[in-house]
Design a protein around this ligand. Structure first.
Ligand SMILES: N[C@@H](CCC(=O)N[C@@H](CS)C(=O)NCC(=O)O)C(=O)O
Length: 186
């Protein structure tokens, strides 16, 4: 059986858990700490997936593997791919800020971190402009946004006050059983 390694709170790991469950692919979830991912993954990050001899060390290769194993396409629509990548860049920036803060580095001290923060602030407005909650959560671009928003709100990294489409998206996500059971506060 496939083994997905990660942490329960990580937005990248969550997206993989959602896709594997949506596609009814049997997998074992193995919780790992930083030391274990540093030893077992070439990128030293989570998630990583092991299926027999195959090791996939990025959520995006894992997602492609899961969707295509189930006979589906992966990020085929260019606008959905763009949405996915904007949200993905925002998660990377937010995680970097979060981890560096634990090392005492903050945007008021490091100009490049202020740029990372701006990417998140402006990116939220862009996600709000691009997302139409009346379409539901039908694509990996939108799932990526849900994973970002839920994690960033949970970790108190962002506020979505006044961003009505993001507020509605969060509400819809909380009603979807597969998505809700993987939430960081589940
Ligand atoms: N591009 C990677 C990013 C994964 C990532 O940043 N994971 C974080 C946890 S949320 C991590 O393991 N960070 C450890 C580190 O940066 O050393 C993916 O999509 O899987």
């Amino acid at each position: 059986m496939m083994k997905l390694h990660g942490s329960l709170v990580s937005p990248f790991v969550r997206h993989c858990r959602i896709a594997l469950s949506q596609e009814d692919l049997a997998f074992e979830f193995i919780e790992v700490d930083y030391d274990t991912s540093a030893k077992n993954s070439p990128t030293k990050k989570v998630p990583y997936l092991v299926d027999g001899d195959l090791l996939l060390s990025d959520s995006r290769t894992i997602l492609k593997y899961a969707r295509e194993k189930a006979g589906k396409s992966y990020l085929e629509d260019i606008q959905d791919f763009e949405l996915f990548e904007i949200a993905n860049t925002m998660i990377d920036s937010a995680i970097n800020l979060f981890l560096l803060e634990n090392n005492g580095l903050t945007p008021d001290k490091v100009p490049y971190l202020a740029r990372q923060q701006l990417r998140i602030d402006d990116g939220l407005k862009e996600l709000n402009r691009r997302i139409d909650p009346s379409n539901g959560i039908q694509s990996d671009g939108v799932v990526r946004c849900v994973c970002f928003i839920d994690w960033a709100v949970f970790r108190k990294r962002i506020s979505i006050e006044g961003l009505d489409n993001l507020i509605q998206l969060k509400t819809i996500a909380a009603k979807d059983s597969v998505i809700a059971t993987t939430a960081p506060d589940a």
